[in-house]
Design a protein around this ligand. Structure first.
Ligand SMILES: [Mg+2]
Length: 191
């Protein structure tokens, strides 16, 4: 079996994509539901200016990341994948979120080899550095950018990432499906 380099985004990919809604609703006095989240940019969903959202995030960001719920199957599937593959978390979160990010991964007993907090949505360079075989993402723009650079992407289906995809992007619906795809991929690589 080929040891694959698996790059995994954090927010919306291993965390529940809608965990921030409750706090944001309260702060901005909105009544957003998960199905209303049709934009990736949260300030657009909330109908507020970007700097207003940034202000909210500067107050509640750490708490939001700490409280984030985990997606179904994540711990089980990543623990299994970690036995035979490299697990690299690659997030756009800022370096200042390192402690809360590591703490959350430990709390949920998610094993990994490396974590990169890029502070930027541009993940192509890091995918190259890590020799990514498969990149798991929830952001539509990131998926397109990575796929255009030649990387294979699994795009985890969300209300905000609908749209046409490229041939090396596979839309997936849950982590058990991700596990199956990776198992098939590593068999194919080995043969
Ligand atoms: Mg994400």
């Amino acid at each position: 079996m080929q040891r694959l380099s698996l790059c995994i985004d954090i927010d919306g990919t291993v965390t529940d994509p809608y965990y921030w809604i409750q706090r944001a609703n309260k702060y901005f006095k909105r009544n957003i539901r998960p199905e209303d989240v049709i934009y990736y940019e949260m300030h657009e969903v909330l109908g507020v200016e970007e700097n207003e959202y940034d202000e909210f995030y500067s107050i509640y960001g750490t708490m939001l990341h700490k409280e984030a719920e985990i997606r179904r199957g994540v711990r089980e599937v990543i623990s299994e994948l970690y036995k035979t593959h490299y697990i690299h978390f690659v997030t756009a979160r800022e370096e200042t979120m390192e402690f809360v990010s590591l703490d959350w991964l430990n709390k949920h007993r998610i094993p990994y080899d490396t974590i990169s907090l890029l502070g930027s949505p541009d993940k192509v360079q890091r995918a190259e550095d890590l020799e990514s075989d498969i990149f798991i993402e929830d952001c539509y723009e990131n998926a397109l950018q990575l796929a255009s650079a030649g990387f294979e992407v699994l795009l985890i289906d969300c209300s905000y990432n609908q749209g046409p995809i490229l041939p090396n992007i596979t839309r997936v619906y849950h982590w058990y499906q991700i596990k199956e795809i990776i198992a098939r991929h590593s068999e194919k690589e080995a043969s």
